[in-house]
Design a protein around this ligand. Sequence first.
Ligand SMILES: [Zn+2]
Length: 70
Amino acid sequence: MDCPKCGTWNPDDKRVCWRCQAEMPKPVEKKKTAPRIFLGMPLWAWVLLGVMAILWISTQCLGPALVGGG
Ligand SMILES: [Zn+2]
């Protein structure tokens, strides 16, 4: 990045300007979009489990009624 004082380019890991010794601003940390983990599993896995559970329950409840026909 460029020195805010003298405008000289400095490597990003430099804390002070190599030319004027001015303190360099801290580089902006890029936020990584880490997947949300809930109880050791990513959130999407829980959603998938929930959908599968709902499907399973619905087949358990509606299955006999549909097949048996009353
Ligand atoms: Zn400088």
